[in-house]
Design a protein around this ligand. Structure first.
Ligand code: FES
Ligand code: FES
Length: 182
């Protein structure tokens, strides 16, 4: 399951480090897709809103904005989180990966390629979250069965019902990984 974090900022050291006083804007930098971004924002701004509205990284989608759909899934230090459920200021020392950071040297990530090959989307609104979540799931622990894939991807909803093709795409990547390991 994904980690959600809507905990209030309770760390005094974080407040001191960022000079957080009430709702005043603070200066901070975030490491996203191996790029350091400097920005100024109110402590109450979610990581999702910082990505989309402050940095223009629109690949991460906002749908429910309350931790229910997974459209906003990103990786923080290699683990999946719903970025609508956590504050940007809580991640100043983290490595953040969004859908924009998966392709390398102009080449799509194998999970992105598999989603295209298997036509694993219809409207596409959930797709970036599905792909990032699938990549995160594999980084966390390789699933051993289709049932386990479904369980571990259950935090990502698809209102178009593209689930069979999404699962097929993920299985394809896992099989390629197995073949490569032989
Ligand atoms: S937009 Fe974050 S979980 Fe739905
Ligand atoms: S492809 Fe439309 S919500 Fe998933």
């Amino acid at each position: 399951m994904k980690e959600n974090s809507l905990a209030p900022i309770t760390s005094n050291s974080l407040c001191q480090e960022l000079k957080i006083f009430g709702s005043e804007e603070v200066d901070l930098s975030l490491n996203i897709n191996n790029i350091s971004y400097s920005l100024k924002l109110e402590p109450r701004v979610t990581l999702l809103d910082a990505l989309r509205e402050k940095l223009g990284l629109m690949g991460t989608k906002k749908a429910c904005d309350r931790g229910e759909c997974g459209a906003c899934t990103i990786l923080v230090n290699g683990r999946r989180i719903n970025s609508c459920m956590t504050l940007a200021v809580m991640h100043i020392n983290a490595e953040i990966t969004t859908i924009e950071g998966l392709a390398q040297d102009g080449k799509l990530h194998p999970m992105q390629t598999a989603f295209i090959t298997h036509d694993a989307f219809q409207c596409g609104y959930c797709t970036s979250g599905q792909i990032v979540s699938a990549v995160g799931m594999i980084l966390e622990e390789l699933p051993k069965s289709e049932a386990e894939i479904r369980e571990k991807m259950s935090g990502n909803l698809c209102r178009c019902g593209a689930y069979p093709n999404i699962i097929a795409a993920i299985r394809d990547v896992l099989e390629e990984m197995e073949d490569a390991a032989i």
